[in-house]
Design a protein around this ligand. Structure first.
Ligand code: G1P
Length: 300
């Protein structure tokens, strides 16, 4: 029987150029969405899926990510002395049972190159990849990963890749998957027949966009090592997945269910949308946000 997966790689090395000046000196993964930075949602999702060893691929100007998951004894004892139990509870995420590992991608050579830096960490096991600028909303944000890991195990897959339907005029922004058949059932693995990274406008073979969560067997590292850089000199994870398919390895797409929405903070439009939805849904302050939006709605 295969071992349960317990390792995850979170690439968080991207420069965040589409979010300048907000990302001039802070990582985009640390932008707040409601009361937490984006990367905390990602880590909590991984922890809820029992992924206890987490490698974050960072880079220059990304040190705040390490600090965020590092216990701060001075802050903790100040809060304890003040008897500030409520705020202490907000910091409980640091104490959860997971180990963090960090390595840097020093030059922008692409997502595939960043993941390849995790090869020694993964050490010939299966692993999860969760992009650090994307979060999954829903009742149980870890549900897609749990189901994808189960499918990966049962099908002895080389890769199970989360996908979501996107409008045709947005397909050029994503990795786009082709599958067997036309309409994939949500929440079930479907064999992937091809994949292409950011197809030129109007040429996408489908509207199934890669949705920032992946489960891989170690074969992905072999494929990454054989993947050539694209025109921008970047090694794309999508191209390595394409190579897995060409090598005859079993690769599956897994369509998120309608209640499992993915948000990303890669540009201001999607960041604003993400912040607004999470602020409105906040269990503590959401009603204030909703009141405010209703009050100003007539001016919009
Ligand atoms: C990356 C992947 C792309 C995927 C997207 C999802 O692109 O390369 O295949 O669809 O994440 O967020 P990026 O957004 O980093 O350009």
């Amino acid at each position: 029987m295969t071992q349960p997966i317990h390792k995850a790689i979170v690439p968080a090395a991207g420069l965040g150029t589409r979010l300048l000046p907000a990302t001039k000196s802070q990582p985009k993964e640390m932008l707040p969405v409601g009361r937490k930075p984006v990367v905390q949602y990602v880590v909590e999702e991984l922890q809820a899926a029992d992924l206890t060893q987490i490698l974050i691929i960072t880079g220059r100007r990304k040190r705040a990510i390490e600090d965020h998951f590092d216990p701060d004894p001075v802050l903790l004892s100040a809060l304890e002395q003040a008897g500030n139990e409520a705020v202490l509870a907000e910091l409980a995420y640091i104490q959860r049972k997971s180990r963090f590992f960090y390595t840097r991608q020093s030059s922008p050579k692409g997502l595939g190159h960043a993941i390849a830096l995790g090869a020694d960490f993964v050490d010939n096991e299966d692993c999860v990849v969760a992009l650090g600028d994307s979060l999954i909303a829903g009742e149980d944000p870890a549900a897609p990963l749990r189901a994808m890991m189960q499918a990966h195990r049962e099908l002895k897959a080389a890769a199970v890749v989360a996908v979501e339907q996107v409008p045709p005029d947005e397909a050029h922004r994503y990795g786009i998957a082709s599958i067997q058949g036309s309409e994939p059932p949500p929440g079930e693995p479907v064999a992937m027949t091809d994949i292409i990274e950011k197809p030129p406008r109007g040429t996408a073979p489908s509207t199934l966009a890669v949705a920032a969560r992946y489960v891989f067997s170690p074969a992905i590292f072999e494929a990454l090592a054989r993947t050539l850089p694209d025109r921008q000199g970047e090694i794309q994870l999508t191209d390595a997945i394409k190579l897995l398919i060409q090598m005859g390895q079993p690769v599956y797409a897994w369509l998120l269910r309608p209640d499992q929405r993915r948000y990303d903070v890669g540009n201001f439009e999607s960041y604003f949308r993400t912040f607004i939805d999470f602020a409105l849904a906040d269990e503590r302050y959401g009603y204030l946000a909703r009141q405010y939006i209703k009050a100003i709605a007539y001016e919009l």
